[in-house]
Design a protein around this ligand. Structure first.
Ligand code: ADP
Length: 447
């Protein structure tokens, strides 16, 4: 097993990884920007190294500084967390070139899934159902027009290098296609430096269903059921639940097995997520995330499996200690993402937290790196806490979630807590009756 792991991240996820390491008897190295000198992950880690000034490009994305910190401290592995360098194939490769283990999949798998056109072609070969559309990149407007004609409108133009919903444009008819094609390419070019795009049928009222998988690259692979992440604002997830209230047992088993077989065929190693859109009983693969995800705790809650611990064990060369038959789903879990943002305008709200009281009690988990007096820096993602609640049934889970949201206090800055308090009392949400557009409509009506 590793003796020392460097955590190349910040905030709650850095703390999450530190906790897994500490429970495994592994020493931790925190890296941080000057803005995070007094952060909780820095305080709790065994060692810490300052890697640069506040902007991420100069600190958390600063590969030379991170690699030299690992070498200086004698870390034998690096966990990239989520975001930042977690899906950077070149980084994974460089870590390995330095004789350090990258806790994650191979750089080849990261590169393959990071290019959405390649990923979709690979997905099809792996037996995953995909959204109808272009067979690869769309190379001209004429090409786009003929494929859109075959797929049927509305269609979506998506960037090969896409992420965070950028570089995606809907065309409802042929008249809109030219602008959508041009705008998607321009946006992709400026956001990712790559204007390659592809075309998909635009599904009208799908749910976002993703399957958590875990594999050791040695023939051991499991799926941990699905998460329903349909509640999104501008393609950003707001609240997630596991299992999905929309799937029946047969559908769950079917998509879980398809995902498991696909990663076995790939020879994938580590944790990962296969994202699908689900409409009228059918699943359509959209992308694979080759990393841990923000919402992983709800899958942990229903299976009792510590995903970070297993990622570390697998990276150290151990086979998975369980097979699919050993995985069972117990109860229901929901995660609320609490952001330092105004609950209606979503304007960022950095600043000092005057008072902080996290909720507790049976089935309540708060993953957060904040504390009373902490200053939320303006430079990074606005996620400051994840409230994860588990109950024996969905109803018990929601009753407990309302109770926990009622107890939670974060004062001094604006947060999205009020949004969650309203959301969990909405009849459609309570009935599990929502698709990927529902939240934005609901927010529009709320104003
Ligand atoms: P990104 O990597 O930019 O997040 P995704 O491919 O994961 O892009 O898509 C993000 C979101 O966009 C999905 O969760 C879904 O809400 C929407 N979306 C993507 N593809 C389609 C599609 N073919 N039809 C309808 N909505 C889609």
């Amino acid at each position: 097993m590793f003796e020392k792991v460097l955590i190349a991240n910040r905030g709650e996820i850095a703390l999450r990884i530190h906790r897994a390491c500490r429970e495994m008897g592994i020493a931790t190295v925190a890296v941080h920007s000057t803005a995070d000198a007094d952060a909780m992950h820095v305080r709790l880690a065994d060692e810490s190294v300052c890697i640069g000034p506040p902007p991420s490009s100069k600190s958390y994305l600063n590969i030379p500084a991170i690699l030299s910190s690992a070498t200086l401290t004698g870390a034998d592995a690096i966990h990239p967390g989520v975001g930042f360098l977690s899906e950077n194939a070149r980084f994974a490769e460089m870590v390995e070139e330095h004789g350090i283990t990258f806790i994650g999949p191979t750089s080849e798998h990261i590169a393959m899934m990071g290019d959405k056109v390649r990923a979709k072609v690979a997905a099809k070969e792996l037996g995953l159902p995909v959204v109808p559309g272009s067979e690869g990149a769309v190379t001209s407007f004429e090409d786009a027009r003929s494929i859109a004609g075959d797929a049927g409108y509305p269609v979506l133009i998506k960037a090969s290098a896409g992420g965070g919903g950028r570089g995606m444009k809907v065309a409802r008819n042929e008249g809109e296609l030219q602008d959508a094609y041009r705008m998607a390419r321009n946006e992709a070019k400026s956001a990712f430096g790559n204007d390659e795009v592809y075309l998909e049928k635009y599904l009208q009222k799908p749910r976002h269903i993703e399957v958590q998988i875990l594999a050791d690259g040695k023939g051991g692979a499991i799926h941990m059921g699905e998460r329903d992440c349909s509640l999104q604002r501008r393609h950003q997830k707001v609240l997630e639940e596991a299992l999905s209230p929309a799937l029946n047992a047969e559908e769950r088993h079917r998509i879980g097995e398809i995902a498991r077989q696909a990663i076995l065929k790939m020879g994938y190693e580590s944790a990962g997520t296969l994202e699908f859109l689900y409409e009228d009983g059918e699943f359509f693969f959209i992308e694979m995330n080759t990393r841990l995800q923000v919402e992983h705790p709800i899958s942990e809650a229903i299976t009792g499996i510590d995903l970070v611990r297993e990622q570390i064990r697998v990276a150290a060369g151990h086979p998975l200690p369980f097979s699919q038959e050993d995985v069972s789903f117990s109860g229901h879990a929901v995660e609320c993402r609490i952001n330092a943002e105004h609950p209606k305008t979503f304007a960022p709200s950095p600043g000092q937290i005057k008072e902080y009281h996290p909720p507790g009690g049976l089935g309540v988990r708060v993953d957060s790196a904040i504390f009373g007096g902490y200053r939320v820096p303006p430079h990074y993602d606005s996620l400051i806490a994840k409230l994860v609640v588990h109950g024996q049934t969905r109803n018990e889970c929601l009753m407990r979630l309302r109770r926990a949201l009622g107890e939670m206090v974060i004062e001094g800055i604006e947060t999205t807590l009020p949004l969650h308090r309203d959301l969990v009392n909405d009849p459609d949400f309570i009935n599990g009756d929502y698709d990927i557009h529902w939240l934005e409509h609901w927010m529009g009506e709320r104003d």
